[in-house]
Ligand binder design. Structure first.
Ligand code: SAM
Length: 184
């Protein structure tokens, strides 16, 4: 099943050391909830990138991880290539606002930006949409998960991840994991 619209996630403002775990989780949520790539900006630990790539290698899918330096240049480049920019912020228009999710579903390609510390003020005007997952402060991990789930209407929970080495067989009790070769 191919999800529509296509999504890439942009992670701004990672703080070395402090944000290591949460930035990894942003990447894992992006992959698990149907985005096709994450782009981290600035200095980031190699281990963050490697742990997400290890998950892709073991659990499958075609998710890509990139590290770039200049967020403004990249966002403008994406805009020029037809991507609409969605900035997730508690100050934005609530995702529950009538018609908003339908409008976003009508876009072909969405670049979804999440921050860590305070994001540059300029981002609010560069973004095509400033979207709130409720207008209360919480977390970029929660915001991204809820956003993708609303966008894809739950379909992302049923996608398959090709080229896996490990796959879970859902079970009511205990853990059942098969290795790719077990099925051949
Ligand atoms: N104080 C920071 C600020 O002024 O932006 C908030 C930092 S918050 C811990 C990190 C990121 O989580 C934000 O940049 C935003 O992307 C996301 N976030 C937090 N609450 C949100 C909400 N209610 N709706 C959408 N995104 C949210």
């Amino acid at each position: 099943m191919k999800l529509y619209p296509e999504v890439v996630v942009l992670r701004l403002g990672h703080r070395v050391g402090r944000d290591k775990r949460i930035s990894t989780h942003v990447g894992l949520v992006a992959r698990a909830f149907g985005a096709r790539a994450i782009i981290y900006f600035g200095e980031i630990e190699r281990s963050v990138v490697e742990s997400i790539r290890n998950v892709v290698s073991n659990w499958g899918g075609r998710f890509e991880v990139y590290v770039e330096t200049n967020w403004r240049k990249k966002i403008l480049e994406l805009k020029n290539n037809g991507w609409r920019i969605v900035h997730l912020t508690m100050y934005g228009i609530n995702i529950a606002e009538r018609g908003l999710i339908e409008e976003l579903r009508g876009c072909e390609k969405l670049a979804v930006v999440v921050g860590a510390e305070k994001v540059p003020a300029e981002l609010y005007s560069i973004a095509d949409y400033n979207v709130a997952i409720g207008n209360q402060p919480h977390s970029e991990v929660a915001a991204l998960a809820v956003f993708l789930d609303r966008l894809y209407g739950g379909k992302e929970l049923c996608i398959s991840f090709p080229n896996y080495k490990l796959k879970i067989i859902p079970s009511a009790r205990g853990k059942m994991v098969v290795r790719h070769n077990d099925e051949e």
